[in-house]
Design a protein around this ligand. Structure first.
Ligand code: PEP
Length: 250
């Protein structure tokens, strides 16, 4: 997309102990100018590693984010973390509405929207995940699902600076399967039109990431598709070599 700085983001999910901090250190050292001025890099480790990870990345353009936040700032919500806590650890992004959260924790579009709102209020950018299941795809409901999730999960005052959309077909996550380039192009063009209709000029600049089995071998093809403004990477973001190889396709 013209005038947009792509984002290459890694989601470690429930993986990573202190031992894995060496990978974050290598990523921080590998994300360098001048590429970092043109393409943003982000890694989202588990919350337990957040604070140390941001400390390791202080002198690097590598951004550090979290994988989820609660919609409230604080209170009686055992086990949850708030957007303010993420900002307090110097995190700059938070993923909300990942399909694993929508499935495992029954998060609805309304819950995801409230979380994105909380992220914005804490000064974080939200990466809002959307995507159809295999059944929905088989029933030709993909675009309908994307429309519903985009309208339901994004706050009304979202801007291109505080909101990123990640298109992750659920059936492509962790499976090694990816949609065809043509299917990705159709989905992303549809989402772009929806974002422009709702947010005007901001929607034109809002980044739309592709996620689902992105790896070094397919990243160049996927990232070259129109309206694909970066990647959300699961498995291939655990190792610095793979993550930096994907980042390096730009
Ligand atoms: C993800 O969970 O965001 C993801 C895209 O996972 P993977 O790259 O492993 O398919």
């Amino acid at each position: 997309t013209p005038d947009v700085r792509p984002l290459v983001a890694g989601n470690w999910k429930m993986n990573g102990t202190r031992e894995s901090l060496s990978e974050i250190k290598a990523m921080a050292q590998g994300v360098l100018q001048p590429l970092s001025e043109r393409v943003e890099a982000l890694i989202c480790p588990p919350a337990t590693l957040l604070y140390v990870a941001t400390a390791l990345a202080t002198d690097s353009p590598l951004q550090i984010g979290a994988q989820d936040c609660h919609a409230k700032q604080s209170g009686a919500h055992t086990g949850d973390i708030s957007a303010e806590m993420i900002a307090d650890c110097f995190g700059t992004y938070v993923i909300v509405g990942h399909s694993e959260r929508r499935q495992d924790h029954r998060e609805t579009d309304a819950v995801v929207r409230a979380k994105a709102q909380a992220a914005h209020e804490a000064g974080l950018a939200a990466i809002v995940c959307v995507g159809e299941t295999a059944d929905q795809r088989d029933a030709y409901e993909t675009l309908e699902v994307l429309k519903r999730q985009i309208f339901g999960s994004l706050p009304d005052d979202s801007t291109a600076d505080d909101t990123v959309v990640a298109y992750e077909p659920v059936w492509a996550i962790g499976t090694g399967l990816t949609p065809t380039a043509a299917d990705v192009a159709v989905a992303h063009a549809f989402m772009r039109a929806e974002l422009v209709e709702r947010f005007g000029e901001e929607g034109r600049r809002m980044r739309i990431l592709y996620g689902g089995s992105v790896k070094p071998s397919n990243a160049a093809e996927l990232m070259a598709i129109e309206n694909v403004d970066g990647a959300l990477i699961g498995g291939a973001s655990l190792k610095a070599a793979d993550f930096l190889a994907i980042y390096g396709v730009y």
